[in-house]
Design a protein around this ligand. Structure first.
Ligand code: NDP
Length: 247
């Protein structure tokens, strides 16, 4: 079987980097996207190369449909058709609804939810035609349970799963699975930057396992969903949150 090609949006981010390296270790050919405004992309490429990873890294604004098309066209030309899409890019702009302006709403919906359409649209037909594909949408525990100050983010992350369930119905007969994963607090830079006293007093007590999740644990779940053994898992929303929220 030809080596499968995996495309990970936001592949240079806290979770994305670990997903990318673990998927490469698992034998996939990995392409990552980064924001066109990302000034550290060349350094990241060089750091990864030094560690033995030669990722295809393509600039892409996931909020922009044409940018996503250009990115996927380049990946297909350079390394082949995309078999696995991990919609991982995302942002937060937290504030209470009373203070939330239209720009904060739009940016979060566009980056977390419109991006899923913008990326999936350009890989889906090929997956259906080839009779194999994996689409994995990285949502959040807060899309399932809600969170203070996150009406925008929770709406976008919940919307992702509505997309997942509907597309999973349309693609089920063609060997293309579509799933959502919903991480809780994971020890990426974004979360470990939270002051220790807040982590210890407010966040860790919410997590029955008693610690933050590890990016490797998210990558492990994604690698499972990409496997042949996961062909019967579709339309699922898999919680990975240390018991913080049990739906
Ligand atoms: P990071 O901020 O480290 O990474 C987010 C990535 O999204 C970055 O690589 C960034 O790219 C990319 N991105 C943002 N905006 C755009 C854009 N317009 N176009 C292209 N890429 C963009 O966050 P994490 O790694 O922690 O999060 C990854 C995903 O996991 C997100 O969807 C997040 O919501 C979700 N998540 C994270 C949790 C956690 O505890 N960390 C918990 C639950 C869910 P660049 O750096 O190039 O700008």
């Amino acid at each position: 079987m030809a080596t499968r090609v995996a495309l990970i949006t936001g592949g240079m981010g806290g979770l994305g980097e670990t997903i990318s390296t673990k998927m490469a270790d698992a034998g996939y050919r990995v392409a990552v996207t980064y924001s066109p405004s990302n000034k550290t992309a060349d350094q990241w490429r060089a750091d990864m190369k030094a560690k033995g990873y030669a990722f295809e890294a393509v600039p892409c604004d996931v909020t922009d449909y044409d940018s996503c098309k250009a990115c996927i066209d380049k990946v297909v030309k350079d390394i082949g058709p995309v078999d696995i899409l991990v919609n991982n890019a995302g942002i937060t702009k937290d504030t209470t609804f009373r203070k939330m302006d239209k720009a904060a709403w739009d940016a979060v919906i566009r980056t977390n939810l419109d991006s899923v359409f913008n990326m999936t649209k350009h890989v889906y037909d090929g997956m259906m035609d080839r009779g194999w594909g994996r689409i994995i949408n990285v949502s959040s525990v807060n899309g399932s349970k809600g969170a203070f100050g996150q009406t925008n983010y929770a709406a976008a992350k919940a919307g992702m799963h509505g997309f997942t369930k509907s597309l999973a119905l349309e693609s089920a007969r063609k060997g293309v699975t579509v799933n959502t994963i919903s991480p809780g607090y994971i020890g990426t830079k974004m979360v470990t930057a939270i002051p220790k006293e807040i982590l210890d007093s407010k966040i860790l007590p919410q997590i029955p396992v008693g610690r933050l999740g590890k990016p490797e644990e998210i990558a492990g779940l994604i690698i499972y969903l990409c496997s042949e053994e996961a062909a019967f898992v579709t339309g699922a929303n898999i919680a990975i949150n240390g018991g913080q929220h049990m739906a």
